[in-house]
Design a binder for this molecule. Structure first.
Ligand SMILES: Nc1ncnc2c1ncn2[C@@H]1O[C@H](COP(=O)(O)OP(=O)(O)O)[C@@H](O)[C@H]1O
Ligand SMILES: [Mg+2]
Length: 313
């Protein structure tokens, strides 16, 4: 995926979100997570080019009219959505409009559905919030109202970029509970987050991005407990301890992120275990001997005789 001026923001990314499950996308700022979300939603910035395919239940979205699926079968909660609500309409009217357009509901039914959607994301006093305009809400309320808009159409797939960012603990827990309930009802979720607690709670699979490439992927519990890539290990150490996490203090990663198109492993310049080969040859996916769907792109983890993985598990 390239931007004007030829930044290659992503390379060879292949994701699979199973129905009724969540895939977590991990990685520090600049890794390419939001770009991946925008590419899947077909909403890359002007001038950006992407090659690839997005299949929803086997259907190639590139061949469909976006009006048929965007905001309907596939909903997106973007990362920076301070101004994504329409300032000229009340929050309730916006959700009701989604329900009318996408679900074909009548006016009264749509209004009822809007209140329900606001309640589902953990908002209280939903009557007041429904009749408020965006500028009358707090940041956390706006974030949850946007999630309510995204969920109102009952999407098959939700792309959620940092859905709990900026929320207080209680609100974040309510949003997490709601996302868990929806995946329980069959929705697929692509979850971009820095909150490892959220990953542990919601995600079945996890994938670690760095410099626009995949470094590690596998079942989320396995990856969180036994990270194998030196970058993932550092990333998990850099996150403050939470419930169920070791009590070691967080250790920030030294150094800066990768340049756009280095030839070898994008983490080589910062890697504590770097080998000469890492600087000029990109590592393929090596399977973990006792966990064959746990793949790691790292020359240090090359296990003689172990099969080379074929991409997303
Ligand atoms: N509109 C854009 N124009 C140029 N470069 C961009 C644009 N959007 C993102 N990038 C670059 O793409 C890379 C990935 O960015 P992003 O997807 O936002 O990362 P993340 O969400 O993981 O923090 C970064 O190097 C960023 O600078
Ligand atoms: Mg981002």
């Amino acid at each position: 995926m390239s931007f004007p001026g030829n930044v290659q923001a992503l390379r060879d990314l292949s994701l699979r979100v199973a129905r009724g499950s969540a895939l977590a996308l991990l990685g520090e700022s600049g890794a390419g997570k939001s770009t991946a979300v925008a590419a899947i939603a077909g909403l890359l910035p002007r001038g950006a080019t992407a090659r690839g395919q997005v299949l929803l239940a086997g259907e190639d979205l590139g061949r469909l009219d976006p009006g048929q699926w965007r905001g309907r079968r596939v909903a997106t909660l973007f990362q920076d959505t301070g101004d994504a609500l329409d300032p000229t309409m009340t929050v309730g009217a916006q959700i009701a409009e989604v329900c009318r357009l996408r679900l074909g509901l009548g006016r009264a039914e749509a209004r009822g559905r809007a209140l329900h959607a606001l309640r589902r994301v953990g908002l209280t006093d939903v009557g007041r919030i429904a009749s408020a305009f965006a500028h009358q809400l707090s940041g956390g309320q706006r974030r949850r109202a946007l999630l309510a808009v995204a969920l109102a159409a009952e999407p098959e797939l939700l792309l959620a970029d940092e859905p709990t960012a900026g929320l207080d603990g209680t609100s974040a827990a309510q949003v997490a509970e709601q996302l868990g309930a929806l995946t329980g009802h069959g929705m697929g979720l692509l979850l971009v987050t820095h909150e490892l607690g959220l990953v542990a709670r919601l995600a079945r699979q996890a994938l670690v991005l760095y410099g626009g490439t995949v470094l590690e992927e596998g079942a989320a519990p396995e990856l969180l407990l036994r990270p194998r890539h030196p970058y993932t290990q550092a990333l998990l150490r850099a996150v403050p301890p939470g419930p169920g996490r070791a009590t070691e203090p967080p250790r920030p990663l030294p150094g800066r992120g990768p340049g756009p198109s280095e030839p070898g492993c994008p983490f080589a310049a910062r890697c504590p275990e770097v080998l000469p080969v890492c600087r000029h040859q990109r590592p393929p996916a090596f399977a973990t001997p006792d966990a064959p769907t746990h793949l790691v792109h790292c020359w240090q983890r090359e296990t003689p005789g172990a099969p080379v993985g074929q991409g997303a598990p």
